[in-house]
Ligand binder design. Structure first.
Ligand code: C2E
Ligand code: MG
Ligand code: MG
Ligand code: MG
Length: 285
C-alpha cells in the first residue's frame, strides 16, 4: 500500500517536473526573442523625501510584454534569466535603455535626480560591469551620478575583495551604489564600512511589519542608525500606508518608495510627474 502510494507520488512528481522544465524552456526561448524583439520595457517608481514629499529619484524595474501571455513580472522570468545566463543580455538592455531614458529626461525636463537600475549577482560578478556601465554612460553623455546601481547584500558576500574592486571601479566612473533589500542577507556588518556604498535600502518586509498595533520598528531604526554612523543615506522600500510613513519620519529615515506615493509607472506617467515638477506644481505626497 505504502509502496503503491510512493510510486504514484513519484510519478506525480516527475510529471510536475516535466511540466515545469517545459515551461522553463519555453520561457527561455521566448525571453531570448523578447530581448531581441523589444518586448521588454522599463517602468519607474519614484523615490520621495519623507519630509517634503519631493521626488528625489526613480528606480527602473523591468517588465515583459509577452505577445500571447500579456504582462509578465520579473518574479517569473528573472529566475529563468539567471539560470540560463540570459540575465547578462537582459542586464545590458536594461542598462542601455535606462541611460538613454536619463539622457532624454535630462534634455527635456532637466532631470536632476538619479535613476536606479537593479543588477543581478551574475551581472555583478561578470567582470564586465564597470566597462559596460562606463560605455552606457559615455554614449549618452552622462557623467555618472545620474545613475545608481542597486545590488543586494547576497551579491557582495562570498568574495568581498572582488566585490570591493568592482564597486570601486563603478565609483570611479561616478555612479551611485545602493544596497538593495538591506537587512535580509546573511552579511556581517563588518564589510560595510570597507565598501564604497552610498545608500541602504531597507527591505520592504521590515516596513510591512511597521503596521499599527503589532508595530515593530527595531530593524528600520537600527538601519537608519547604521546609515547615519557610516554616512550613508537610507531609503525605505514598500511603503503603503500613511502610518508607515509617519513612523519613518519619526525615525528620521530620509526617503521612501512605495505604493503610497506611486506604483512603478510607464515613461509617459513619469513625464507627467517631471513636467508638473518643473512647473513648480506640488506633486502628490
Ligand atoms: P526590488 O529591486 O527590491 O524592487 C522593488 C519591488 O517591490 C518591485 O517589484 C516593486 O514593484 C515592488 N514594490 C514597490 N513598492 C511596493 C509597495 O508599496 N508594496 C509592495 N508590496 N511592493 C512594492 P518588481 O518590479 O516585481 O521587481 C521585483 C524584483 O525583481 C526587484 O526587487 C528586483 O530584485 C528584480 N528586478 C526588477 N527589475 C530588474 C532589472 O531590471 N534587473 C534585475 N537584475 N533585476 C530586476
Ligand atoms: Mg531594487
Ligand atoms: Mg528591494
Ligand atoms: Mg526586493
Amino acid at each position: 500500500h505504502a509502496k503503491e502510494h510512493g510510486r504514484n507520488s513519484f510519478r506525480f512528481v516527475t510529471r510536475e517536473m516535466g511540466a515545469r522544465s517545459r515551461e522553463r524552456l519555453d520561457l527561455e526561448g521566448n525571453l531570448r526573442r523578447a530581448i531581441q524583439e523589444g518586448q521588454l520595457f522599463l517602468v519607474y517608481q519614484p523615490q520621495v523625501d519623507t519630509l517634503s514629499g519631493r521626488i528625489v529619484g526613480f528606480e527602473a524595474l523591468v517588465r515583459w510584454r509577452h505577445p500571447e501571455e500579456g504582462l509578465i513580472m520579473p518574479g517569473r522570468f528573472l529566475p529563468v534569466a539567471e539560470e540560463s545566463g540570459l540575465v547578462l543580455a537582459m542586464g545590458d538592455w536594461v542598462l542601455g535603455e535606462a541611460c538613454a531614458q536619463i539622457r532624454r529626461w535630462k534634455s527635456r525636463f532637466s532631470l536632476s535626480v538619479p535613476v536606479a537600475v537593479n543588477v543581478s549577482g551574475a551581472q555583478f560578478r561578470d567582470g564586465q560591469l564597470p566597462l559596460k556601465v562606463a560605455h552606457a554612460l559615455d554614449i549618452n553623455g552622462l557623467s555618472g551620478p545620474e545613475l545608481e546601481i542597486e545590488v543586494t547584500e547576497g551579491t557582495l558576500i562570498g568574495d568581498v575583495e572582488a566585490a570591493a574592486a568592482t564597486l570601486t571601479a563603478l565609483k570611479r566612473r561616478g555612479v551611485l551604489i545602493a544596497l538593495d533589500d538591506f537587512g535580509t542577507g546573511y552579511s556581517s556588518l563588518s564589510y560595510l564600512h570597507r565598501l564604497p556604498i552610498d545608500k541602504l535600502k531597507i527591505d520592504r518586509s521590515f516596513i510591512h511589519d511597521l503596521s499599527t498595533g503589532a508595530s515593530d520598528s527595531s530593524v528600520p531604526r537600527a538601519i537608519v542608525g547604521l546609515g547615519r554612523s557610516l554616512g550613508l543615506s537610507v531609503i525605505a522600500e514598500g511603503v503603503e500606508t500613511q502610518e508607515q510613513l509617519r513612523l519613518l519620519r519619526d525615525l528620521s529615515c530620509e526617503s521612501y518608495q512605495g505604493f503610497l506615493f506611486s506604483r512603478p509607472v510607464p515613461v509617459e506617467e513619469v513625464e507627467q510627474l517631471l513636467g508638473r515638477r518643473e512647473a513648480g506644481e506640488p506633486v502628490p505626497a
